[in-house]
Ligand binder design. Structure first.
Ligand code: ADP
Ligand code: MG
Length: 318
């Protein structure tokens, strides 16, 4: 059973409350809490050795633990406001444990300050290292970006560049070699200190019909938009945006990392053709059109018409 089937089978219940605009099945839940605002909330856990390699600097772990949550808020086009922290630590007896806590808390604090998000509570327990953050944000009522709004003919866009984090991870755990140490450093930074695209999410809200953040690999996350919107997609692999570091690698390795590698935390969204010219005219950040939505239900093909297999990261069924 995959992670997604498990959630569907055991934890997708009929909602009883009328103010749940979106429950299970999007990057965050959307709850109508006042006449003009919705609360947007999501929770993510980071486990040592799964979500960050053992040995990742504590400061980076602190930053990333919040960044991955901010990314889900960004994907809804919302503004992050508050978070709670449930921290499980193996021990606080040794000097290295205290040093880790110092670094972690400073990284977390820096990310919180930069994103205007306040720590408002949490829970502290002993056990294997695990960090859970519940984030809350707000969005004007009726304007949250969902996975479910893509229509046939919409153009598929991504922010930034894809595949850097997956290559960074491969340099750490598989000994992948790159042209230069600067390239290795760049990709490892993209892995360890991702940037949530908060302002981009708020901007694209006026154009986009659907949106998701790419956390588990482009194809798998595009698959979530296709499923929620009941459509298919054609991707032009020649249009995938690469950083300079990935451009100097073998094309096939770079494409594999971009299509299936996790941890990019870029936004993947759809824009109707009728708004495309206006969108491109005023978008002030790097964004690339990589394909188009079509009628081939839950199917992704490339520019030659070949099927692209949506193998991304999936807990329990990797
Ligand atoms: P993301 O990658 O955006 O963080 P996930 O893939 O982790 O999203 O989760 C997919 C959806 O399933 C989300 O809407 C999430 O809230 C929901 N979900 C995940 N695990 C559970 C669970 N144990 N109980 C209820 N809902 C869950
Ligand atoms: Mg997400």
């Amino acid at each position: 059973m995959s992670e997604f089937n498990l959630i569907k089978r055991y934890f997708t219940w009929n909602s009883r409350s009328a103010n749940i605009v979106k429950g299970v099945g999007d990057d965050a839940a959307v709850l109508d809490i006042s006449s003009d605002k919705s609360l947007v909330t999501s929770v993510d856990t980071s486990i040592a050795g799964v979500h960050f390699p053992l040995g990742t600097p504590a400061f980076d772990v602190g930053r990333k633990s919040l960044a991955v949550n901010l990314s889900d808020i960004a994907a809804m086009g919302a503004t992050p406001k508050w978070f709670t922290l449930a921290l499980t630590l193996p021990s606080i007896d040794k000097p290295e444990n205290i040093e880790w806590l110092e670094g972690f808390s400073q990284g977390l604090k820096q990310q919180a300050e930069q994103s205007g998000c306040d720590l408002i509570g949490g829970d502290t327990t002993q056990g294997n290292l695990s960090i859970t953050i519940q984030i809350m944000g707000v969005v004007d009522k009726g304007t949250a970006l969902l996975r479910s709004g893509a229509s046939v003919g919409d153009l598929i866009y991504v922010t930034g560049t894809l595949g850097d984090a997956a290559v960074g991870l491969a340099t750490i755990i598989n000994g992948l070699k790159m042209e230069s140490l600067a390239d290795v450093d760049y990709c490892q930074k993209r892995l360890n200190t991702p940037t949530a695209r908060i302002l981009e999410g708020q901007f694209i809200k006026q154009f986009a019909t659907s949106c998701i953040d790419i956390s588990d690999g482009f194809l798998q996350d595009l698959g979530h938009i296709l499923k929620a919107s009941q459509v298919g997609a054609c991707i032009n692999t020649q249009k995938i945006p690469f950083s300079n570091a990935l451009s100097s690698m073998s094309k096939s390795v770079a494409i594999q990392a971009a299509l299936s590698g996790g941890d990019d935390y870029e936004l993947l969204f759809t824009v109707p053709k009728s708004s495309n010219a206006e969108f491109l005219k005023i978008a002030s950040f790097k964004t690339s059109c990589v394909g188009e939505i079509n009628t081939s239900l839950n199917t992704i093909t490339d520019e030659k018409g070949d099927l692209l297999n949506a193998a991304g990261y999936n807990h329990f069924n990797v």
